[in-house]
Design a binder for this molecule. Structure first.
Ligand code: NVA
Length: 307
């Protein structure tokens, strides 16, 4: 029985907590969990933090990595997605994939005998969200009862994973985006469904001031994600959503600023905010290493699928 991680909601709140608690232990020591194991990394898009942290995490846990960049495998072009999944999973123990289309990821997972981890797709970035929740827990000492305000491009992998994760973990979620750039409806529906059990409030608005009022966390992401084509239009339309010091001052006094990086200073965030004392962006980046170690160990416990 294998377990994939394509969406943050592939883990229950209890499982997310189990991963985060594993992380606490792992911060203190390395272990030889993965001696003799191989992880394949299949990346259709560029990466700094994700590639670095998965590679280092698997190595520190005693395993071996094979990395394929965008020019190599030709997922769904040079070779069908299902063939790629069957071949890799016949030899390796885990697949970490960064893809343009979430559908390819699902097809990869359906045809793989070993766990598939979403290292970013057009729909979600669940590994980033795991590191984000770890960061919030470390800085704020709790998750439940906090309010996270996300500003900018709502129809985007990062807020999609955040809203689902917040719904699971008891964090109120607000998203301020211009018309036409709200979160995908199916994601919001799923998050609202989860929120029924946790009592989380989910707000979508065009008004950035409304979103950040009394928030504990202000989060933003690039206005132009990998694969987005309408760059000039976006840079204009998103201007009112820049996280500035004056927007930060409408939130709680101890508000923190978060960003998954890479950041474009002067666009989605002012330099004085991202480089200022309320910013935790480098802790977020470093926490990718620890949260993914926890995730890898957790998923590997479930083993392989038998066809
Ligand atoms: N939304 C961004 C995240 C980068 C880590 C993108 O998809 O390019």
């Amino acid at each position: 029985m294998k377990k994939d991680f394509l969406s943050i909601a592939d883990l229950s709140a209890k499982e997310i907590w189990q991963v985060l608690l594993l992380v606490k232990k792992l911060k203190q020591r390395n272990a030889n969990y993965f001696a003799g194991k191989t992880m394949v990394m299949l990346f259709e898009k560029p990466s700094l933090r994700t590639k670095l942290s998965f590679d280092i995490a698997f190595n520190q846990l005693g395993g071996h990595i094979v990395y394929f960049g965008s020019q190599e495998v030709g997922l769904g072009k040079r070779e069908s997605v299902s063939d790629v999944a069957k071949i890799i999973s016949s030899m390796a123990d885990l697949i970490v994939a960064r893809v343009f289309s979430h559908k390819d990821l699902e097809e990869l997972a359906d045809n793989s005998k070993v766990p598939v981890i979403n290292a970013l797709s057009d729909l979600e970035h669940p590994c980033q969200a795991l590191a984000d929740f770890l960061t919030v827990l470390e800085v704020k000492g709790r998750l439940e009862g906090l309010t996270l305000a996300y500003l900018g491009d709502g129809e985007n992998n990062v807020p999609h994973s955040l809203v689902l994760g917040c719904a699971l973990l008891g964090i109120d979620f607000r998203c301020a985006s211009p018309k036409g750039y709200f979160m995908k409806k199916e994601i919001v529906q799923k998050a609202k469904q989860i929120a029924k059990a946790t009592g989380v409030n989910i707000l979508e608005t065009e008004n950035p001031e409304e979103a950040v009022k009394n928030a504990d966390i202000i989060y933003t992401d690039t206005w132009v994600s990998m694969g987005d084509k309408d760059k000039e239009k976006r840079l204009k339309i998103f201007q009112p959503y820049q996280v500035s010091q004056s927007l930060m001052s409408l939130a709680k006094k101890d508000v923190i600023f978060m960003h998954d990086l890479p950041a474009y200073r002067g666009n989605e965030v002012a330099s004085e905010v991202i480089d200022g004392p309320q910013s935790v962006v480098f802790l977020q980046a470093e926490n990718r290493l620890y949260s993914q170690k926890g995730l890898l160990i957790y998923l590997m416990k479930f083993g392989r699928k038998k066809f």
